[in-house]
Design a protein around this ligand. Structure first.
Ligand SMILES: CC(=O)N[C@H]1[C@@H](OP(=O)(O)OP(=O)(O)OC[C@H]2O[C@@H](n3ccc(=O)[nH]c3=O)[C@H](O)[C@@H]2O)O[C@H](CO)[C@@H](O)[C@@H]1O[C@H](C)C(=O)N[C@@H](C)C(=O)N[C@H](CCC(=O)O)C(=O)O
Ligand SMILES: Nc1ncnc2c1ncn2[C@@H]1O[C@H](COP(=O)(O)OP(=O)(O)OP(=O)(O)O)[C@@H](O)[C@H]1O
Ligand SMILES: N[C@H](CCC[C@H](N)C(=O)O)C(=O)O
Ligand SMILES: [Mg+2]
Length: 487
């Protein structure tokens, strides 16, 4: 139980009605989850407006309502708190409710279109190896040291962020590495969070369905850096043309990383093979188990964060050298002479990077067959671009379903097909069923060939009309490769 007026510390209030000394049992933004004496925070959403559920929340036992617009009829035994932004209030209230855990742990947030999960996963593994009790909030999983807490979002909702940080502090964690998605930044899921630092990996085409325009998408990411406190650091990719845009209004100090431009953390790629990367960092030659030049950026981001957090550069490089990336990122399965690569590339830039990386390793006439789909109820404009990239960088492309969600799979596939020019259509097949698509890719392959299965990476489900069916690209590829190659 917490006193309401304390929970509202630092929230921008418009007006209050009723008892501010009231004890609050929980902070809830979903009327369906309200329990007795909870504070219900009404947040306007993309589907519905939380203000329409105030009555339901009261019937479920809420004794405090936090909202931007007061209801017409007020109940006597309820406290009403009118705020400027409910979403922002929710984050600040949750932080106060959980005892402001981010004051007691160094939290570093990573944003960017691609590379967030890879960067935070490497950082988490690195800091655990270096002896720190460390937390992780990521697309793949949330973690307190090695304890896994399943993840539902790239960045959890505002209340879960604070509750998870509280658990981390209670478990003795000194650091937490987290992803900050553009959705989360706009929706204020990290309001109330005190950051020790923030990282910008890159920005390319994605999420235009949500942000509307690329400029708005850039603004969403920049907001993370605009709101950094003075004593925090920003670390940005100097080779991305929006890197410096991110820190234009940053109150904290900033540093850069890159392979091409002048940067504080700079590397040169000496070798780039299917076994890993050899980098020259300040004259030191270091080998890493990560594949593809895009991972050199992720490694530099990780190095920069560790050094900015006060770690010794040589020790960091020594430890980092032995670390593997996140699940579902360039996972290789070689059976019967055929190699399948499962990768989470679900944006045009990621797909282009991963295909170019594989192509650079091709030595002879081996085929590269790409199995790829695009998610439903997500940015439609990336579909033809992803299809075009898949076709131009592969011997053959098989278009299939990703997570169709509430869309018709064949309509998504038609959007993809529209990106393929008449001369390249013969290089494509469209097979709606993902398992059949993977099977066909294997049947079309011979020894030495490579199959890229893109888009779902670590996901162990396929979401169709609101139901998540078990589906794991690596599992299916292993099973079918074994069966079809007789190994
Ligand atoms: C588009 C989007 O981001 N939606 C997120 C948002 O929900 P919303 O604004 O649509 O909510 P809504 O359904 O309109 O409801 C508005 C409010 O009314 C409340 N409500 C609703 C119904 C009811 O009966 N009672 C009630 O009180 C809701 O709890 C909510 O507070 O806020 C919710 C709570 O935090 C999120 O769960 C939800 O994520 C949805 C499920 C989602 O799929 N989000 C994806 C796109 C997402 O967030 N992805 C990013 C990663 C993207 C990337 O970088 O690749 C992520 O961070 O995971
Ligand atoms: N620095 C990078 N630049 C470009 N592409 C990258 C980079 N790092 C990884 N990728 C590609 O993007 C895919 C997704 O990487 P990762 O999961 O690290 O990104 P993310 O930003 O966490 O994605 P999400 O927004 O879905 O959480 C990888 O599977 C790989 O193909
Ligand atoms: N965080 C991303 C994940 C996309 C993964 C891809 N498999 C898809 O379903 O589109 C999103 O929610 O847009
Ligand atoms: Mg991620």
């Amino acid at each position: 139980m917490n006193v309401l007026k304390d929970i509202l510390y630092k929230v921008s209030l418009t007006s209050t009605i009723g008892d501010m000394e009231r004890r609050v049992s929980d902070i809830v933004f979903d009327s369906r989850k309200v329990s007795a004496n909870a504070a219900f925070v009404a947040v306007p959403g993309t589907q519905v407006d939380g203000h329409d559920f105030i009555q339901t929340a009261l019937e479920m036992g809420a004794s405090t309502v936090v909202c931007e617009r007061l209801p017409e009829q007020l109940k006597e035994d309820v406290t009403y708190v009118q705020v400027v932004s409910s979403a922002k209030a929710l984050g600040i209230m949750a932080s106060n409710f959980y005892g402001n855990p981010s004051d007691k742990i160094k939290v570093v947030a990573v944003t960017g279109t691609n590379g967030k999960t890879t960067t935070v996963t490497l950082l988490h593994q690195l800091f655990v190896r270096m002896g720190y009790s460390t937390g992780l909030l990521s697309t793949v999983e949330n973690k307190i040291n090695e304890e896994v807490i399943p993840s539902t979002h790239t960045t959890p909702d505002a209340v879960s962020v604070q509750a998870l940080l509280r658990k981390m502090v209670d478990a003795g964690c000194t650091h937490c590495f987290m992803e900050a998605s553009s959705h989360a930044i706009v929706q204020e899921r990290i309001a109330g969070l005190k950051l020790a630092g923030a990282v910008f990996t890159n920005i390319t085409h994605d999420h235009l369905d949500y942000h509307g325009t690329f400029d708005e998408y850039i603004k969403a990411k920049k907001k993370l850096f605009d709101e950094l406190p003075k004593d925090a650091f920003a670390l940005v990719n100097a080779d991305d043309k929006r890197g410096m845009v991110m820190v234009q209004n940053c109150k904290g100090t900033y540093q850069t990383f890159g392979l091409k431009s002048a940067a504080d953390f700079k590397a040169k790629i000496l070798s780039n093979t299917l076994e890993g990367l050899e980098l020259d960092i300040n004259g030191k030659l270091i080998w890493f188990r990560m594949i593809g030049s895009f991972n050199a950026y992720n490694l530099l981001g990780v190095l920069g964060v560790a050094v900015l957090l006060g770690e010794d550069e040589e020790e960091v490089l020594r430890q980092l050298s032995g670390i593997k990336g996140a699940k579902g990122r360039f996972d290789r399965i070689s059976i019967g002479g055929i190699t399948a690569i499962v990768d989470y590339a679900h944006t045009p830039d990621a797909l282009d990077n991963v295909l170019k990386t594989i192509n650079a390793f091709r030595t002879g006439n081996e085929q590269l067959i790409t199995v790829v789909g695009c998610g439903g109820n997500r940015d439609k404009t990336k579909r033809p671009t992803m299809a075009k990239i898949a076709v131009s960088e592969s011997t053959k492309a098989i278009f299939t379903s990703d997570n169709p969600r509430f869309e018709e799979p064949m309509e998504i596939l038609r959007d993809m097909q529209a990106g393929v020019g008449p001369s390249e259509v013969r290089k494509t097949l469209t097979i709606e069923d993902r398992r059949e698509a993977i099977k066909t890719a294997i049947m079309l392959s011979q020894k030495g060939d490579i199959i890229l299965i893109a888009g779902k990476g670590h996901e162990d489900y396929q979401e169709i009309k609101g139901v998540k069916h078990h589906f794991d690209d690596a599992e299916v590829a292993t099973e079918l490769l074994t069966q079809l190659t007789g190994n």
